[in-house]
Design a protein around this ligand. Structure first.
Ligand SMILES: N[C@@H](CCC(=O)N[C@@H](CS)C(=O)NCC(=O)O)C(=O)O
Length: 244
């Protein structure tokens, strides 16, 4: 019997096990489309390699290359989700108001939830263990993160999903960040609509698959003793702290 070779997937994804890094993996698993995945190793600074920076001028993950579109490269996780949603016709409504709502909540994640929770994580998980304990900064970013999670909670009152009536790229973008509240040490006490939304997404098989790729980090979700990962994470970024 002749062996059948799989066609090369259109999408080549470069990513790592981080909140932004999980977003396109969740999309691709949800959409059920084939993709190649290259794990970018921060410890080796692969995200700063000149060939990679040609694809992602910001020298960060994630990045996709669409081989079916002249090797077109897309960086910025929100733009990647938007591109994939248009390419595959999924998770971005066509109807104008629902589409705009999806993009509004996508932007809210990209400009608010991600950066603020990212800084809450940075000051507690990277700066502090490397000798830069900054209580004022920690307070600022933890409080602002909590405020943003309250905005999400209010939005989710009486709704299943952030935009329109369906699961969209706004949910896919927001989930990895908001769900990592244990890692950011931000309380979700009393945010019952948000917690119910977490449960709806936690149980989606595609999300469960995606969070294993490129590797699972249970400490992000408050599901593991965090000490070992804390040490690994601090080491991963220690050079960056010293350089600042
Ligand atoms: N706004 C960018 C942020 C990308 C980003 O900050 N990626 C982080 C991981 S979540 C990264 O690559 N960090 C490695 C570094 O800063 O060198 C996006 O959403 O794609």
């Amino acid at each position: 019997m002749p062996t059948q070779t799989e066609p090369t997937p259109d999408i080549h994804l470069y990513t790592a096990a981080t909140m932004n890094g999980y977003k396109p993996v969740i999309f691709l698993e949800e959409a059920g489309v084939p993709y190649d995945l290259t794990f970018i190793d921060f410890a080796k600074k692969e995200q700063k390699a000149p060939d990679y920076v040609k694809l992602n001028p910001n020298g960060r993950i994630p990045t996709i290359v669409d081989r079916a579109n002249g090797d077109f490269a897309v960086f910025e996780s929100g733009a990647i989700l938007w591109y994939l949603a248009e390419k595959y016709g999924q998770f971005l409504p066509q109807e104008s108001k629902a589409r705009s709502e999806t993009l509004q909540w996508l932007m809210f994640q990209m400009a608010g939830v991600g950066p603020m929770m990212g800084q809450a994580m940075y000051f507690q998980r990277i700066a502090a263990p490397n000798g830069h304990e900054e209580p004022f900064s920690i307070g600022r970013y933890v409080d602002e993160s909590r405020r943003l999670l309250e905005v999400l909670d209010a939005r989710l009152e009486g709704r299943e999903w952030l935009a329109g009536d369906t699961y969209t790229i706004a949910d896919i973008a927001t989930y990895p960040w908001a769900r990592a509240y244990p890692w950011a040490k931000v309380s979700v006490d009393g945010l019952d609509h948000l917690k119910a939304w977490f449960e709806r997404i936690d149980t989606r098989p595609a999300v469960q698959r995606a969070l294993q790729k490129p590797k699972a980090v249970p400490a992000f979700w408050g599901k593991a003793d965090e000490a070992a990962f804390l040490a690994e994470n601090a080491a991963r970024f220690a050079g960056d702290v010293k350089a600042q």
